[in-house]
Design a protein. Structure first.
Ligand code: DC
Length: 213
C-alpha cells in the first residue's frame, strides 16, 4: 500500500506520515528532507546560474551523508534554503527516481511532501492532502523549535512560513496542489492524536472501499 501525504509547511504532514507508517508497519520517506539537504549544501552560493548548477550537481549526487545533520536541516532556515532549490526543475527531476523507487518497495511506503499525490506517486492507493490555518502552523513549529531549546521570534517565523507558502505556490515545476482523488484533512482544530485517528479512518475507509467491502 502506498500512502501519499501532501500539504504546506508545518501543516503536521510529517508527524502524520510518521504515525501512519508506524501504524501500518511501512517505511516512511520525508521528501522535504531531500530538498532541505540540497538547499543546505548550497546555502552560501549567491543566486544566479552558478547557484542552479551547484544545486543540480548536489541533487544528482545526493546520498546519506547529506542527510546526517537533522537539527540543521529541519531548522526554519533549512526550510527557507530548501524552498530556494525546490523551484529548480532539474533538481526536482534528479530526485524523482529515488522517491519513486522508495515508493515501489515491496509492501509499499508512506511518503510525505508537496507533490507526492500529483507527480511522484499519482498511482498511490491513498492520498491525503493536509491543510491547517497558517497561524496555527506557526505556533506548532514554534513549539517544536522551543522544545529543542531554541528561542523563537514568532513574528519572524510567521513571515517565514508565509514566504515559503508563496514561493511553493508559485513553483512552476510544482504540482503542489490537492490531487483530484486526494482526501482533504484540515488539522487546524485537531491535535496530533486526533489527526492521526482521522487519517487512519480515511486510509482504512479508502482501502475497504477499493476492496469492495
Ligand atoms: O515539507 P518541508 O517543510 O520539509 O519542505 C521543505 C521545502 O522543500 C518546501 O519549501 C518545499 C520543498 N519540497 C518540495 O518542493 N517538494 C517536496 N516533495 C517536499 C518539499
Amino acid at each position: 500500500m502506498i500512502i501519499a501525504v501532501d500539504g504546506p509547511a508545518a501543516s503536521g504532514k510529517g508527524t502524520l506520515a510518521e504515525g501512519l507508517a508506524r501504524h501500518y508497519g511501512l517505511p516512511h520517506l520525508d521528501t522535504g528532507l531531500l530538498y532541505r539537504a540540497v538547499g543546505w549544501a548550497v546555502r552560501e552560493v549567491p543566486e544566479g546560474p552558478d547557484f542552479e548548477a551547484r544545486a543540480i550537481a548536489v541533487a544528482q549526487g545526493l546520498d546519506a551523508a547529506h542527510l546526517r545533520n537533522l537539527d540543521e536541516l529541519t531548522s526554519a532556515e533549512g526550510g527557507v534554503f530548501a524552498s530556494r532549490v525546490a523551484v529548480i526543475g532539474a533538481v526536482r527531476q534528479a530526485m524523482r527516481q529515488y522517491q519513486r523507487e522508495f515508493a515501489a518497495r515491496p509492501g509499499g511506503a508512506v511518503l510525505d511532501g508537496r507533490d507526492i499525490g500529483t507527480v511522484i506517486c499519482p498511482q498511490a492507493d491513498v492520498k491525503l492532502f493536509i491543510t491547517c490555518d497558517s497561524k496555527v502552523r506557526m505556533e506548532r513549529r514554534a513549539r517544536q523549535l522551543e522544545n529543542r531549546g531554541l528561542t523563537v521570534d514568532r513574528y519572524a517565523l510567521y513571515h517565514q512560513i508565509e514566504e515559503r507558502d508563496a514561493r511553493d505556490r508559485a513553483n512552476p515545476h510544482g504540482g503542489f496542489y490537492k490531487a483530484d482523488d486526494a482526501h482533504l484533512l484540515d488539522t487546524t482544530l485537531l491535535d496530533i492524536e486526533a489527526s492521526l485517528r482521522a487519517a487512519i479512518a480515511i486510509v482504512d475507509g479508502t482501502m475497504a472501499h477499493k476492496a469492495g467491502l
